[in-house]
Write a protein of this length. Sequence first.
Length: 290
Amino acid sequence: MRKGEKLLRQLIRSKSAGYSGACWGLPFDWKIPYNEKKYIVARKGTPFPTIMTYIMDAFILGYRYLKKTEYLETFLSTKNFFLNDLHFKEINGTLCTSYSPVDRHYVNNASSYVVAGLCRLYQYSKSKKILEMIKKLVNYLILQQKNDGSWTYSSIDNTRDCLHQCYILQNLLFANKVLEDCVLEESLKKGLSFFESFKSNNGLFMRLLGEQYFQLIDQAEAVSLYLDLNLKNNANQLLKSIEKNLYYEKPPFFVTIVINDKKIKCPYPRWGLSQIAYALVKFINKDNII
């Protein structure tokens, strides 16, 4: 418990400065691509909605177990970041949102993370404004879904990959806990069906359809998604495939990328190792936020 409190205090100290509410960014510069030739650089500390929900969950759990109002207040203050610092675009009565406060790149997984963040806030605030925003963002994502159940990366990038399909499903699954909407449920069913098409004969999920390219991060997020769906047997089977194909006995213990049977053991904490650690904790821990 003391280690948990120490980490929460570190998160409070490391909040991104200059924004409306509590928010967090990456500890390095990050290129946000618009296309193959154009991008914008988000400097170190620029906050992203794609990492917010995990930190918000940490403060929810901290408040749940320790009853310290500072943790709840930090969590609730993220509302101002979502509502005031991100760029929203309205399209035919729906909403999508930027990847960060410094760009106007509207990608589907970023909008889904804003949905998930706002749903967490709605569970505590019951704000009608937040609920209406959630509905408009969800409707945008439903309209962005293709007939086969897939989502492309954005309206201008037709890439369909396992990881972002998984992110969107996880976030919309959380949203459905709030909305309990039959149209959203049908969207989730179609999306899950397409997600399963990424599974290869070795039991792992391909990064892209038809390519023998496997990433540890994809497998970790797939385990997490199965657990959100209460499909622990599916999660267990995937963990066995990960152990067979991606585990080795020396630190950091996991292969992070496999390309055509070539194994890359670079210890990428941001793209695999932290996610598999999170998935394994989630697998053995019954007290999940979702």
